[in-house]
Design a protein around this ligand. Structure first.
Ligand code: ADP
Ligand code: MG
Length: 325
């Protein structure tokens, strides 16, 4: 089983940032309002994620780390409209098979907390341990038992950069959740919980003053689709292929068709091909989009891609029309 888990890890877990992503998404699925992320050596030495979510019962800990044991799909029908971020039940067993792993938790309303350690896939016993409500997952020495993968990890700064970039992407989508990051024992980043609205404070913090000053608010709904967020006005002329954030139902994705629609609307106003900068959220009925294309889940497939392309194009064209010189 360890071998199968390690193979699965090869698909989902590429580097420390992939671990952070999976664990933070689990914390969000559990309803966390605050997530603490402690890292050492770019996450290679240690990733510790602590949340204040609903927690796990002691006797459920072994289930949480066993393969395909997701608590998030009750029936096949649910697969159609998955609202939670994770639904494959692979992340924890995969990560635990390639690290020194510990899962510690206390369920809401319970007075008992417990921990389960797994060393390179070898599962220990559930042991009592004190812990506030919520869950802590500790991942030490990532890939210690898979030298071929460990060899491909980059310098501490690079791995930390990947983690920070992913957290920035998340922070933009979830201003309601507080995120606190430390690296090598020093606080490195703090995103305060700003309430439910996508806050301008976070926009400013994430993408800089100049973007925030030049950002044009987008908000449009129709045909069961809603597009909202910000796109930089043409006056913002920082070359910005790295400031393109697109979310579908709250999930950060890359989609060529939508990227094309955005670029096309921008080009109509600018008359040349500069990269647009944007933070855009598309909301639609989950049944109209398939998120199960790849385990890393950066890609989606739309049932009516053409309609969505045109909706995004027309919405942005209208929003940008007023900025035409
Ligand atoms: P998935 O997220 O796809 O269900 P995972 O392997 O990531 O699979 O997690 C397995 C299960 O462990 C989850 O379905 C959930 O029940 C439980 N779990 C994992 N992390 C947490 C957490 N931070 N808080 C509460 N439950 C968790
Ligand atoms: Mg998960």
């Amino acid at each position: 089983d360890t071998l199968i888990n390690q193979i699965a890890a090869g698909e989902v877990i590429e580097r420390p940032a992939s671990v952070v992503k999976e664990l933070v998404e689990n914390a969000l699925d559990a309803g966390a309002r605050r997530i603490d992320i402690d890292l050492e050596e770019g996450g290679v030495r240690l990733i510790r994620i602590r949340d204040d979510g609903k927690g796990i019962e002691p006797d459920q800990l072994p289930l949480a780390v066993s393969r395909h044991a997701t608590s998030k799909i009750a029936s096949l029908d649910d697969l159609e409209g998955v609202a939670t971020l994770g639904f494959r039940g692979e992340a924890l067993p995969s990560i635990a098979s390639v690290s020194r792993f510990a899962l510690t938790s206390r369920r809401d309303g319970s007075d008992r907390a417990a921990t389960l350690e797994i060393d390179g896939g070898r599962v220990g016993e559930v042991m009592p341990k004190s812990h506030p409500q919520g869950t802590t997952v500790e991942v030490r020495d990532l890939f210690f038992n898979v030298p071929a993968r460990r060899k491909f990890l980059k310098a501490e700064r690079t791995e930390l950069g990947h983690i920070e970039e992913w957290l920035r992407q998340l922070a933009l989508a979830r201003p309601d959740v507080e995120l606190r990051v430390s690296h090598n024992g020093k606080p490195s980043r703090r995103w305060k919980g700003e309430g439910d609205l996508l806050s301008e404070v976070r926009l400013h913090e994430a993408l800089g003053e100049e973007f925030a000053r030049n950002a044009l608010r987008v908000e449009h709904a129709g045909a069961g689709l809603r597009l909202h967020g910000w796109i930089a006005q043409p006056a913002y002329n920082r070359a910005s292929a790295d400031q393109q954030y697109l979310y579908v139902n709250g999930r950060a994705v890359r989609d060529r068709s939508i990227a094309h629609a955005i670029k096309q609307a921008y080009a109509d106003v600018l008359f040349h091909g500069r990269q647009p900068a944007y933070v855009l959220f598309l909301e639609l009925d989950p049944r109209r989009v398939d998120v199960n294309v790849h385990p890393a889940k950066h890609e989606v497939r739309f049932r009516d891609a053409r309609l969505i392309h045109d909706f995004v194009y027309r919405t942005l064209q209208d929003a940008l029309a007023g900025t035409r010189a």
